[in-house]
Design a protein around this ligand. Sequence first.
Ligand code: BTN
Length: 320
Amino acid sequence: MKTISSNLIQIFNILSDLNYHDGDTIGNKLGITRSAVWKAIKKLEEYGIEISSVKNKGYKLKEPLLLLNKERIEKEINDPKMDIEVFENIDSTSTYLKKNFNTNKRKICIAEIQTNGRGRMGRSWHSPFGQNIYLSYAYPIKKDISELSGLSLVLGIAEIAALKEIGIEEEIKLKWPNDVMYKGQKLMGNLVEIQSESYGETMAIIGVGINVNMIIGSEIITQDWTSLRKITGKYIDRNKLCVALIHNLNFTLEKFTQYGLREFISKWYELDSLYNLPIKLNNGEFEGIAKGINEQGNLLLELKNGEIKAFSSGEASICK
Ligand code: BTN
């Protein structure tokens, strides 16, 4: 686990124009030796960043890459009651917050790379350096654990609102229980973990993974996926998206704490990608037509005999 080093930030500032810069010039600007520059460049290559290195010309980024900027995010969020930590690398932002939350303070952890990013159902979450958003939020909620069944569903609503806020207008939809999809491909995933405290205090550790600028995936991604860059054809500034995401999560979580899932049901219907489609649950254990969700956030399936049955968990897929 490491916070972003100032050398790394400055090297990126120099290389961000996508031109060649030689080791001596970079070293002079940073007040470090040419071999320290070389070491920093090697570190970036270890992180999987493609750098072209040409004798007598120097180093050049092959792809644009804007780093996360803690000061900028903090300034735009402007909330003294919230802690924001930004790491250069970490095993998992959610694992970190599970060990380091503060019972009466909201805390956000964001990282450039996760070496052990976790998804739902024990899957891993592909988390390459500098390309996507890996953000976890430790959010204290004054609600009993039994009232939190709908929490993971409202996150997708907040995330789609954040995309709208930064001008992304493509038709992005929800897939029960907590995926955000574009044309059947996964764009974001949410992992909610609840730490129950005594006296009715509950801490929700909300983990959000958004595929932002990733173009090439990995064999560890087992689902069809896409990214904002693939959808829009544009490089997205992750700092701007982090700010919009935190704003919309705050707004949504406050509303959820006050009114519960009930307030979000009509929005869910508007964004539901499964509605009225034939669905298989848990690899065909159940089949039926999706009819939205109930007030507990359970998926409603109309079975062949006409009965509407509610399911509290499972993996849904559209029948081909
Ligand atoms: C899913 O399987 O759809 C949920 C993916 C959640 C990934 C995010 S990335 C930030 C946070 N840290 C983790 O290790 N996982 C979540």
